[in-house]
Unconditional design. Structure first.
Ligand code: GRG
Length: 296
């Protein structure tokens, strides 16, 4: 199956699972549940769930055992977007082509949506009975997601980002910020897919982790490039927001050509990491390319 077909299949699959896990709008508190569903069930590329499915496939895990980790990473991601869009953070009005949660509802609701999606992620990951891996791996999956989301992962990266407004970051500092802010959850997505198998050894885990680290950075570089080269209509969020917020980006440090070159090298590095994997890992190889050729 082509990557395009796999993407459609897995996007539908994770959407169905998310739909099931999210509380119905008929359940109290109805407004909060409505806002949670508004936030999650609204498209999005589902890159992180795709990485869970593709990694799991590469190491022989059944799809049903991957639904919960795929949902969990997307729920954390959705929460981070809602909080990131708040006036106290990036203050954005548009996300995934629709008005942001705090505009559609209100700020207090958006804060609670983030809180509730985050805890739902851990509920799903710990509660799901289709996860077939050992108890030890299952606990490590939960631990991995917790670390990647918190102050030593994504939330920490966001803190570095907030502190850096108006500062001139160098390349090392920029990379450190993105390894945490964007990279940690992408890495966790790959690791969760791998840990869903009982047969994964440390060497394979290390190689998959290096792959994930490389594509995580490349993903951010492409995001910075699209912020310059794409349009608000295509992105579904405000184009040019990095310049508007006076943010240091890969193109601002390296120029557009330099940023594209760096992304290309990271993808080559990611692919090299997978040399020992058989053809079941081909979609992961395709995914690496998609990360830097995507248009939104
Ligand atoms: C508020 C704790 C807290 C964290 C926020 C990750 C993050 C930290 C904020 C998201 C803002 C942002 C633009 C981060 C860069 C990573 C990124 C490109 C996010 C958008 O992810 P996509 O492109 O979005 O996968 P879709 O909508 O397709 O899911």
């Amino acid at each position: 199956m082509s990557l395009k077909k796999l993407m459609t299949t897995y996007r539908q699959r994770v959407d169905t699972a998310l739909e099931t896990w999210l509380p119905a709008t008929s359940i109290q508190p109805t407004r909060l549940h409505e806002a949670m569903r508004y936030t999650v069930l609204n498209g999005g590329k589902r890159v992180r769930p795709l990485l869970v499915y593709l990694t799991g496939n590469a190491v022989g895990v059944e799809l049903s055992a991957l639904d919960a980790p795929a949902c969990a990473v997307e729920l954390i991601h959705a929460y981070s977007l809602v909080h990131d869009d708040l006036p106290a953070m990036d203050d954005d009005d548009l996300r995934r082509g629709q008005v942001t949660c705090h505009i559609a509802f209100n700020e207090a609701t958006a804060i609670l949506v983030g809180d509730a999606l985050q805890t739902l992620a851990f509920y799903v990951l710990s509660h799901d009975s289709n996860i077939q891996t050992s108890h030890k791996h299952h606990v490590t999956m939960i631990e991995t997601l917790a670390l990647a989301s918190g102050s030593r992962g994504m939330a920490g990266g966001q803190a570095i980002d907030m502190d850096s407004v108006g500062q001139s970051l160098n390349m090392t500092e920029l990379e450190n910020m993105h390894i945490h802010k964007t990279g940690a959850l992408i890495r966790a997505s790959v690791k969760l897919g791998a840990l869903a198998s009982d047969n994964i050894d440390d060497n394979m885990l290390k190689k998959l982790d290096h792959y994930a680290k490389c594509i995580g950075l490349a993903f951010q570089i492409q995001d910075d490039i699209l912020d310059i080269e794409s349009s608000t209509e295509t992105l579904g969020k405000a184009q040019g927001s990095d310049i508007a917020h006076d943010k240091v980006t890969y193109p601002s440090l390296l120029g557009l050509r330099g940023a594209k070159q760096m992304a290309k090298e990271l993808i080559e590095d990611a692919e090299t990491s997978l040399v020992d994997f058989d053809e079941k890992a081909d979609p992961l190889r395709w995914m690496a390319n998609y990360i830097v050729t995507r248009h939104y």
